[in-house]
Design a protein around this ligand. Structure first.
Ligand SMILES: [Zn+2]
Ligand SMILES: [Zn+2]
Length: 490
């Protein structure tokens, strides 16, 4: 949907001109409403503010909510070059000039031509949505250019080792309240080796991270691609690269952007697939995905759903001989008191570099931890061979396979060992939180084996697997491993 254009005459140096556009959007308005802005020569800064009404709605009915962003004279084409920033519903105003921009927006030349302010009526009340958009053009010398400083692609690693990292983090560059410096400090406090910046729908923070990375902290650029049919993480895209989000599952545009991320060497990770918020549930399926975020922030019931669905898919993928989908856990921390690194991924990688970390995550050589206080080792041994997390153990069908879990940092925790038959072993940890659990199976009995370590339930009991009842049988997750695969040899 495109509105009548706002046109501006050129002004003398230092002057400014303002236009106000008002209108009404009915229930059922298009996902994106375009307001053309004719920008003449000589503009130094574009400033936009907007507001909309919030009429009372019956209980249970969504009220008005409207996002905003802007595209420049290069156009609004899907995945095109015209993107200049998006602030969702987080800000009521923004400004862009050659040398600076409101966080979430891209500084750069203000070239003449038709720009578009884009409204995203996210929820529209039954009465409709009355909006008011004010566009101010300030004329004059464009000033110095903005120089992005991207983070380096590697940090000081320990060679092939387990590295901890949170791959889903927000800042003031989208809808978080933390500055990038505060997020980087949070990653260091949490004992992380790496982090991925994933502000919603914009690459604007990429050029800010450079000075915040260091030998002790690898910062990888990414984006949370926030569609109306679910959110996905584009991890490890090129610094400054932007991934479009303006489509639904029915539009069939998603595969194009999956290819874009893969072309950049990045990972596609559906995020919080069962989050109950409007437009947050994942509706694009898992074809093309490299992993799935089964644990998002503090443990909640939607994470149980995500783990169950992920587990069911493992056996199906292995039956079809497809690559299986590794599990990931990330904090999705936006603001205090949300904790950076709760949870995070512990990845076996050849070095602490963007490429090696992404390789480890893609291969599922990783486990998920609620904090760096939790340590874990998980192996399967049989027929003179050994395999670790994400690896495959090839053994004769009936050869004994010894599974061993070493864990610490989960006082009175409950260890669960699960295969494609479900939970087959449960054992409690002592008050010290440290213990070793061993269990024997065969490749004929188990296609894969994975481990969970749970906290006690609220009443202090460990919970009981293979049981039914009105309450969740388990306490909160403390650690979860990707599977070890068992393959039958001839
Ligand atoms: Zn999200
Ligand atoms: Zn998020």
């Amino acid at each position: 949907m495109t509105l009548a254009p706002a046109t501006f005459a050129a002004a003398a140096d230092g002057g400014e001109r303002t236009q106000v556009v008002t209108g009404h959007l009915p229930t059922g308005a298009a996902d994106f409403v375009h307001l053309p802005v004719e920008v003449p020569f000589g503009v130094r800064e574009i400033a936009v503010s907007y507001s909309y009404d919030r009429p009372a709605v019956p209980p249970g009915t969504p009220g008005n909510s409207c996002d905003i962003g802007i595209f420049d004279e290069r156009g609004t084409g899907l995945g095109g070059p015209g993107f200049r920033g998006w602030s969702g519903g987080f800000r009521t105003s923004f400004a862009i000039s050659r040398g600076s921009a409101t966080p979430g927006y891209l500084p750069g030349p203000i070239r003449p031509g038709t720009w578009h302010v884009v409204l995203g009526p996210y929820q529209v009340a039954p009465q409709g949505l009355d909006y008011r958009v004010e566009v101010t053009l300030r004329f004059g010398d464009p000033g110095p250019e903005f120089t992005p400083v991207y983070p380096p692609e590697r940090a000081r690693g320990r060679g092939r080792a387990w590295y901890r990292g949170d791959c889903h983090l927000h800042t003031v560059y989208s809808d978080g309240r933390r500055l990038p410096a505060e997020v980087a400090a949070g990653a260091r406090t949490a004992g992380l080796d790496f982090m991925v910046s994933t502000d919603h729908n914009t690459s604007a923070s990429h050029g800010i991270w450079g000075p915040l990375a260091g030998p002790d902290l690898l910062i990888i650029t990414g984006e949370e691609v926030t569609t109306r049919n679910g959110h996905w993480l584009a991890l490890g895209i090129r610094p400054g690269e932007w991934i479009d989000w303006r489509y639904r599952s029915r539009d069939d545009a998603y595969p194009r952007f999956v290819r874009q991320v893969h072309g950049a060497g990045g990972l596609v990770v559906p995020a919080h697939p069962y989050c109950p918020y409007v437009a947050c549930q994942w509706k694009f399926g898992y074809e093309g995905a490299d992993a799935v975020e089964v644990w998002n922030g503090p443990w909640t019931y939607d994470d149980e759903s995500a783990v169950d669905a992920w587990d069911s898919r493992l056996a199906e993928d292995l039956r079809h001989g497809r690559s299986w989908l590794p599990a990931m856990g990330n904090s999705d921390a936006h603001s205090a008191p949300q904790v950076v690194g709760l949870p995070h991924n512990v990845v076996l990688a050849d070095d602490l570099s963007r490429m090696h970390i992404l390789d480890g995550l893609r291969a599922g050589r990783s486990w998920l931890a609620e904090s760096a206080a939790v340590q874990l080792g998980f192996t399967a041994t049989g027929h003179g061979r050994r395999a670790g997390i994400g690896e495959q153990l090839a053994v004769p069908a009936d050869a004994p396979v010894d599974v061993r879990l070493d864990v610490s940092g989960v006082p009175n925790g409950t260890v669960r060992l699960l295969t494609d038959e479900g939970q087959l072993h449960q054992e409690s940890l002592p008050a010290s939180g440290s213990g070793t659990v061993t269990w024997r199976t065969t490749a004929s009995l188990a296609t894969y084996v994975r481990a969970e370590v749970r906290h006690p339930r609220a009443d202090g009991t460990p919970g009981q697997g293979n049981s039914m009842g009105p309450d969740l049988p388990w306490g909160q997750m403390a650690a979860l491993t990707n599977p070890i695969l068992l393959r039958i040899t001839d």
